[in-house]
Each structure stands twice: as C-alpha cells, then as structure tokens.
Design a protein around this ligand. Structure first.
Ligand code: GDP
Length: 522
C-alpha cells in the first residue's frame, strides 16, 4: 500500500552534528553515510571534499586553511528512516551560517572527544541548540584512545551544559582494550559496528570476558555504578532539551555508530511544527511549505548556478510544482529540486516535510525566504546577526564600480557578507561576523568576478537594526542622523555607531528607538 503523507513525514529525521573542530565530526558523518548505504566506501566524504576543493577555485581558502567553509546537506536511509544530515562549518568565523543551519534541524548530535571533554565551540553551539530547544544526542568519540573516565565526562556535561545525562550504552574497555558497547537497559552487547544486531547477553560478566583479566572486575563494578548512579533515559525530558542520551564509541574504528543511528531513529523527533507569522504549521499538513536557510553559489562552476537549500516544513514537494515566494508574492516553478547524497546530487521527484532539498535558481531565492503551495505565510526565525566587523571595499579599478555593486549584492544575497548602503549616498559598507568571511569575499570577488579589492576601515564599528513604535519618531531620528543610517539588503534601516560607547549613549538619548543586534528574516 502506498505510504500516507503522515507516515512519510514521521520517518524523517533531520539533524546536525555539532562539535569542536577535530572531535571527529567528519569521520562520524562518513560512517553514518556508510552504514546508511549512501556510500560504498568510507572515505568518500573526504574524497568528495577534495573533489569539490579542486573543482572550485573560490574554495581555495578552505583548502589553504583546512577548514570547512561550506554548509551542505546529505540524505540517507537506514532501517526505514530517512535521515538528512546538515553539515555546519567548524570555524567560528562562519558562526552565522551555522546558526542559520540550526534553524533547519529537529535534533543535533553533539560529538565530544573523550580525552578533551567539552571544548569552547561545543559549548557555543550547544547554547544555540538550547535557545531553540533542539534535543541533543551525545556521542563520546575516540574511546579507542586514552580517554577520561566516563563518569567524569558525564559530570562535565551535566555541570558545564546544565544538561541531565542518561548513558544508554557503556564502553567495554578503554583505549587499546576498547572492544564494544554494552546497552544498559537492554543488556545487549555490540562488539563494533560490523555487527549489525547487538547480542543479548547474560549480564556484564559474560561481556567482561572480552577484556584482559585485570580489567574485568573494574568493568563489572563500573556498570553497576552506572546503573545505580545515572539517570534512566526519559524521552520527554530529552525532547524538551533537558536530558541527553549518551553513547560511547569510536567513529574511526567503527564502534558505537550503529547505536547512534538507531537512537536517532528511535528517540530523535520527527519534523517539528514551525512557527510562521500567521500561525503554526504542522509537518503533516497537505500543503507544501518550506523556508530557505542557506544559499550556495557556483557549486559547479561549469553551470554557475546558485542552489538555495530549503527545509520543507509541511506537506510534499513534487518536482514540477509551483510555489509562491512570500517575499515577492510571485509563483516559481520547482522544476529541478535536488537531493544531495554523499557523492552525487540527484533530482528529487518527491520530498517530504523534514527533507532538505537544493533548489537551483538564478538569484530569485534569498536566505529566509518562505515558499508555499499558495497560502500567504512567512516562517519566522532565520536570524541575521549584526556584524562584528565593518569595512569599506576599495576597488583597484575604479571603472568597475558598477560591477562591484552587483557582485556585492549577490554575495549579500547568498549570506557571504552583509551589505549596508548609506542613506547619504556614500559607498557601501560590508559587514561580517568573522574575519575569514572577508577573505572569502576577497577571494570570490577576484576569482568569480575578476575584481581585485582590498578593505578599508570604516568610521563605524558597530551597527544595529532600528525600529520604533511611532513611525514619526523613527523618521525624525533617521533624518537627524542621516550620516549614520544605512539600509540593509531588505531596505531595513540600520544605525551605525563609532563604537559600543557611542551606541549606548545614543540609545539612551533616543529611548523611543529600538536598536537590536539580531534581526529575524521576514
Ligand atoms: P572534525 O574536525 O570534527 O571533522 O574531525 P575529523 O573527523 O576530521 O577527525 C579529526 C581527527 O581525529 C582525524 O585525524 C581523525 O582520523 C581522528 N579521529 C576521528 N575519530 C576518531 C576516533 O574515534 N578515534 C581516533 N583514534 N581518532 C579519530
């Protein structure tokens, strides 16, 4: 029998992996795809990374610095579930990209290096997940190496993240003797991911046999303590973001990854309801709705295309259907939506709520855009952060000013930089959250548009979006401070200040003007 919409939706799991660089996110992604059958050989993700790097010039920066600049999505199936993994850049200079991606997921896997515990990036990303009540599954990686005591790691998660932990599996052995995972509630043992089904065992004693003699008793005692001292898993508490189920493993050596995929299927929530301006949209509603959280240009330089990554929030997307773009009110045909598998893209004939598809376009779609089958609604919550760095772009060849203007507009539409046009007509100001984004901008302006540029300090260093309850107040303020007002890409007014001090001073002087550091796209 054909699958109903509700059934198809309930099989979807859409998640991101959050980790401090080097904790093993890439390796884990690769293994998830491997066990999900999306790739034949582990190593393809890396291979793919390399291929993309050699294919596109503008990613030279990534190659040089060895960081992943690009956010992408990968889809795979495993035991009846359809998983969409959204990849996030590891480097904090691309934090805004990461935050936007996290608006499109329903759950996150937090990877922790067993020797290092909670690292700064993990903490930061965790905080974003908490802000959005995203449930988190914890994977303690690298158990095949010298690691901290598992209890100590659990304590650290509880303390630093104020998050209850519930170990689901317990590591059998450590570093060289690490040989598998023991499921605390089911009393099963899996000696590595090659073993698809875990083995039902007769208590910890029989599993301890896999360890050298001098480690057996410790393991048995530890397991008893874990059972007594640790909290049992409570799914509601997990879904509310108060508790994290914990798994131990080694992505590199294929331990614990199957435990993790099963947990994603069993515990992680199906596509969540999404809040729009007029109402809340439920995933299993008939009509298709989606929002764009990421734009990526020139993935294939031969085509110079732009791909908008859209998270489907409800209903079913069918290739060829028409959708209404909320920002313009115009219809657009979705003629070539795509799924991304590990090594290839494929046309998506149908995609359901929870899925992330790439929509090729020539600049029609922007970050934050809502697409619907007809209803006039706009999803809330794709954030825009006020930049930490503001610069003027200096063009070496002044004759190319018009071309620069167009190029900057495109870069801003893709979310590479933010663009602010001063009301007084002076040259545009670009803003970024992290300095590396400026490098990406420079590289791409040169590589894709043949525009060599440099950056100059601007007399401003902070900016805020402004609004007021009373329109006249806003207009008056904008007229009085014309030299300090810009418009962003959407035409929304922005107040520019020399430094934090003057920002504070001005906001006290003009109490009726609301100045905010985070703008939600609308
Ligand atoms: P990312 O920066 O988080 O994507 O981390 P990678 O997946 O690139 O891993 C960083 C390094 O740790 C690489 O050299 C991996 O081979 C290694 N690594 C990843 N997982 C494990 C593991 O489970 N055990 C060991 N020993 N090394 C690992």
């Amino acid at each position: 029998m054909a699958e109903t919409l509700a059934e198809a939706v309930s099989r979807r799991r859409t998640f991101a992996i959050i980790a401090h660089p080097d904790a093993g996110k890439t390796t884990l992604t690769e293994k998830l795809l491997l066990f999900g059958g999306a790739i034949q050989l582990a190593g393809e993700v890396k291979a793919k990374k390399d291929r993309i790097q050699t294919r596109s010039d503008w990613m030279k920066i990534e190659r040089e610095r060895g960081i992943s600049v690009v956010t992408s999505v990968m889809t795979f199936e495993y035991e009846g579930h359809v998983f969409n993994i959204l990849d996030t850049p590891g480097h904090e200079d691309f934090a805004d990209d990461t935050y936007r991606t996290l608006t499109a997921v329903d759950a996150a896997v937090m990877v922790i290096d067993a020797a290092k515990g909670i690292e700064p990036r993990t903490l930061k990303l965790f905080e974003v997940c908490r802000m959005r009540d995203i449930p988190i599954i914890t994977f303690i990686n690298k158990m095949d190496r010298e690691s901290r005591d598992p209890f100590e790691i659990l304590d650290e998660v509880e303390e630093k993240l104020a998050l209850d932990t519930a170990p689901i599996t317990w590591p059998v052995g450590r570093s060289k003797t690490f040989c598998g995972s023991y499921h605390l509630a089911n009393n099963t043992y899996r000696g590595g991911d090659a073993q698809v089904e875990p083995l039902k065992v007769n208590g910890p004693q029989s599993v301890a046999e896999n360890l050298p003699e001098n480690e057996r008793q410790t393991f048995i005692d530890e397991l008893e303590l874990a059972r007594e001292a640790c909290r049992p898993f409570d799914r509601d508490s997990f879904l509310e973001g108060h508790m994290t189920p914990v798994f131990f493993g080694s992505a590199l050596r294929n331990f614990g990854v199957r435990d993790l995929i099963n947990a994603l299927g069993a515990y992680a929530p199906p596509p969540r309801d999404q809040v729009a301006d007029t109402r809340t949209v439920h995933a299993a509603e008939d009509k298709m709705t989606a929002f764009v959280f990421k734009i990526q240009a020139n993935m294939d330089p031969n085509h110079r295309d732009r791909i908008a990554f859209a998270r489907i929030c409800s209903g079913k997307l069918e290739r060829g259907m028409k959708a209404r773009l909320a920002r313009t009110g115009k219809q657009m045909g979705l003629t070539a939506p795509q799924f991304f598998f590990a090594s290839q893209r494929q046309l998506a004939d149908t995609a359901y709520a929870g899925d992330v598809v790439g929509i090729p376009n020539h600049g029609t779609l922007r970050i934050g855009d809502t697409l619907t089958e007809g209803e006039n609604l706009v999803f809330q919550g794709v954030p825009n952060f006020s930049p930490e760095i503001l610069r003027r772009v200096r063009l070496e060849d002044a004759m190319k000013a018009k071309k620069l203007k167009e190029a900057l507009q495109q870069m801003a539409e893709e979310g590479v930089v933010q663009l602010f046009s001063p009301e007084d007509g002076s040259p545009a100001i670009v803003g970024v959250v992290g300095a590396l984004q400026l490098d990406v901008l420079k590289e791409r302006l040169q590589g894709e548009y043949g525009l060599p540029v440099s950056f100059e300090m601007s007399r401003f260093s902070v900016c805020r979006w402004i609004s007021a309850e009373n329109k006249d107040d806003l207009e008056k303020f904008m007229t009085q401070r014309r030299g300090d007002i810009c418009r962003d890409l959407d035409g929304d007014p922005v107040f520019m200040a020399q430094d934090q001090f003057s920002l504070r001073y001005e906001s006290e002087r003009y109490p009726s003007i609301k100045m905010v550091a985070i703008k939600e796209y609308h």
